[in-house]
Design a protein around this ligand. Structure first.
Ligand code: FE2
Length: 275
């Protein structure tokens, strides 16, 4: 196993002290046990390799796991996930994706779901965009009001948002149809305080960087298989598993990049028609 270093993102002035170090892990798609394969990929093995790489390359980072942790929302998948996180001794937060069962997660994962977590000058807010029985994202009135309240509560700090679905197109038509359908409501909330410095999402199984109004939006590769960029229809690429690292600076600037994990033994089924 080796790590391929990819491009980095940097905004604003640098500062070497009080840097908050995070990693984003997403779309693990774990099955009922460690033998489960999806699109020819053993999702337990790839997630395990990603966790090992984080331990080596990004020690002492706090991990945010941004949904689709399980392939089918089963209790056994969340037990598997919890055990893996514990064995790698990673502190972490999580939020649900469209393949997850939020209630089952809250019952099974020992780490409780946390809406806002403070890291010095920064506050990381987790939004729930998944709707039971639906693939696309949407933010409920409760989520939007809760975000508005938190932005008011933490108005003197810099804000980062994690959410499963992107609020903006990433130039893959079939995935863009699944983005947060009412993202204009999200803009109405975040544009009031202008403290949101970045939005980080999963769901699309690929790296992208774009802007949504004046906010940078980053998507992150899955810990298992990736989708082909700029594809109008469902298509699996041969890109390896990956994760995103994020550094938050006291002046409100962000540095982030993606690392892919080379897995020589991968046997991705690119003819797979769904997931
Ligand atoms: Fe998803």
């Amino acid at each position: 196993m080796s790590t391929i270093h990819r491009k980095q993102y940097f905004s604003g002035k640098n500062s070497n002290d009080k840097i908050v170090r995070l990693v984003q892990l997403t779309d693990c798609h774990l099955g009922l046990d460690c033998s489960f394969n999806l699109a020819g990929v053993n999702t337990h093995d790839t997630f395990s390799k990603v966790l090992s790489a984080v331990g080596v390359n990004r020690p002492s980072s706090y991990a945010f796991v941004t949904g689709d942790i399980a392939c089918g929302g089963a209790e056994a998948s969340y037990q598997l996930f919890s055990n893996m996180m514990a064995s790698h001794q990673l502190d972490y937060g999580w939020l649900p994706g469209n393949h997850d069962d939020f209630q089952q997660m809250q019952k099974t994962i020992p780490q409780p779901f946390v809406k806002a977590k403070e890291f010095g000058e920064w506050v990381v807010i987790s939004l729930v965009s998944s709707v039971p029985g639906r693939v696309n994202g949407e933010l409920s009135a409760y989520e939007l009001q809760s975000l508005s309240d938190l932005l008011e509560q933490y108005k003197d700090q810099f804000i980062l948002l994690f959410v499963h679905h992107p609020p903006v197109d990433i130039q893959c038509q079939w995935l863009d149809e699944q983005r947060i359908s009412n993202s204009e409501k999200l803009d109405e909330v975040v544009s009031v305080h202008k403290k949101v410095k970045g939005i980080f999402t999963g769901h699309v199984h690929q790296e992208s960087e774009t802007r949504w109004f004046d906010i940078p939006v980053f998507t992150t590769p899955s810990t298992c298989f990736q989708f082909t960029s700029n594809s109008a229809t469902f298509d699996i690429s041969n890109q390896p598993p990956g994760y995103r690292w994020i550094e938050l600076f006291p002046d409100g600037s962000i540095k982030t990049g993606v690392e892919h994990i080379a897995c020589d033994e991968q046997n991705i089924d690119r003819n797979c028609m769904g997931y």
